[in-house]
Design a protein around this ligand. Structure first.
Ligand SMILES: NC(=O)c1ccc[n+]([C@@H]2O[C@H](COP(=O)([O-])OP(=O)(O)OC[C@H]3O[C@@H](n4cnc5c(N)ncnc54)[C@H](OP(=O)(O)O)[C@@H]3O)[C@@H](O)[C@H]2O)c1
Length: 389
């Protein structure tokens, strides 16, 4: 029996995860029918991708690029659209599988739309779960959507966690590379530039997540993400620094067994896992050669030099909208750092001060999340002005 092509939509198709997804789709055109491709501002790349994958619809979030998109795809028969509403409408189109790879809280509404209509969602956009964890989890339960984690750590856990015996799990252990400043002293860290911060030693990623990796806020966000994905309490999630990024995460069971998933640091492996789920499909990634690597090392994270980790734990313990506040303040702080407006160490400082300045509230639905997010951004900007005076 020949399988029907899988209908797919890629939200954030021009980004780092989007391009890895594009690569897998383009290698096997018979296996997929592309419903929609969605980008932010990189119109040239979207046009190029659309010409190859021939989606039914191509969308730019920024309406400024509508004319260029329309002209670039004229004569192809591909429908074009632009603007935030068009992004959400694209997520609502009937693709069975959706890659959620828009960066930041901008991905929240379209990801929720795909979840609400019951799609299988490959979730790269961790900010969605950090910002709106309980709201997303409820929506998944109500719609019957399936969320397959794409973050390499969560993909690893998803692959080795015995969902039937979750009560026999002692710990989830998220590995962290430690980022580019793992061994750097505090004084030197105060002076690092955005260029240094985005140069990750193992992974090639977008600017925001690269800075998050450098502050280790990325691991903090992943801790909150893991809490929601696997329904694990904060105290059962450990962080282990593993600079080689070969072991992508581990699960420890009550009988002393520790199961791990390993691979070379190439996001096409977790993306392929999500795309093929529940089966495995091949991915053209470099194969793991442990004899060549020879040594794998591990360290405890340094919470003094990387305070972001503890901020994320505190946000999760304080619950309600506190993780939303943490995420929003972090997005503001990373944006200001990338614009050379604040220093590297100010990122965690700004997040901590915003968490103190804004009261957490209950989150009943998406509107509450968006309101908490907006308030935290305003307060973070105010605090940043004071920090930079
Ligand atoms: N990169 C990784 O290895 C990796 C690993 C695990 C998890 N993740 C997560 O995956 C997500 C994407 O990361 P990334 O590294 O791929 O980021 P990225 O390279 O910066 O790409 C972000 C994508 O989102 C699009 N976008 C930005 N703002 C948008 C908006 N308002 N509306 C619609 N689209 C918008 C961008 O479009 P334009 O470029 O056209 O502006 C781009 O396609 C993040 O949440 C990140 O934490 C990434």
């Amino acid at each position: 029996m020949v399988d029907e092509p899988l209908s797919v939509t890629v939200l954030g198709s021009t980004g780092s995860i989007g391009m890895s997804t594009f690569d897998l789709l383009a290698r096997d055109p018979q296996a997929y029918r592309v419903e929609a491709l969605v980008a932010g501002r990189n119109v040239e790349r979207l046009i190029e991708q659309a010409k190859t994958l021939k989606p039914k619809l191509a969308v730019m979030a920024d309406p400024e690029f509508y004319a260029a998109l329309k002209e670039g795809l004229s004569g192809t028969g591909i429908e074009v659209a632009a603007g935030d509403d068009a992004v959400i409408a694209a997520a609502d189109r009937p693709a069975k599988w959706v890659m959620a790879a828009i960066v930041g809280a901008a991905g929240l509404k379209p990801t929720m739309k795909a979840i609400q209509r019951g799609a299988v969602v490959g979730l790269a956009n961790k900010e969605t779960l950090v910002s709106a964890g309980d709201v997303v989890t409820r929506a998944v339960r109500d719609s019957g959507a399936v969320v397959i984690p794409v973050d390499s750590e969560h993909s690893a856990i998803f692959q080795v966690l015995d969902f039937e015996q979750k009560d026999k799990v002692e710990k989830i252990i998220l590995t962290a590379s430690g980022g580019p400043f793992r061994t750097m002293g505090g004084n030197e860290m105060a002076r690092v530039t955005p260029k240094q911060a985005v140069a990750h030693p193992n992974w090639s990623m977008g600017a925001k997540i690269s800075v998050d990796s450098a502050t280790m806020m990325n691991k903090g966000l992943e801790l909150i993400e893991a809490h929601h994905l696997f329904d694990m309490p904060e105290e059962k999630i450990d962080i282990l620094v593993h600079p080689q990024s070969v072991i992508h995460s581990l699960v420890a069971y009550v009988d002393g067994s520790v199961l791990a998933q390993l691979g070379t640091p190439d996001m096409r492996t977790p993306i392929a896992y999500a795309l093929g789920w529940p089966r495995r499909i091949s991915a053209p990634v470099p194969r793991l050669n442990l004899a060549e690597i020879a040594t794998l090392t591990f360290e405890r994270p340094d919470n003094n030099r990387f305070p972001a980790l503890e901020l994320a734990r505190a946000a999760l313990r304080r619950a309600g909208s506190m993780p939303t506040i943490l995420n929003a303040a972090n997005e503001v702080a990373v944006g200001l750092f990338l614009d050379h407006k604040i220093g590297f160490l100010d990122i965690a400082r700004l997040v901590a001060e915003t968490m103190e300045a804004v009261d957490a509230c209950e989150l009943q639905g998406l509107e509450d999340v968006l309101a908490a997010d907006a308030e935290a951004r305003i307060r973070a900007q105010e605090i940043a002005r004071r920090l930079t005076r």
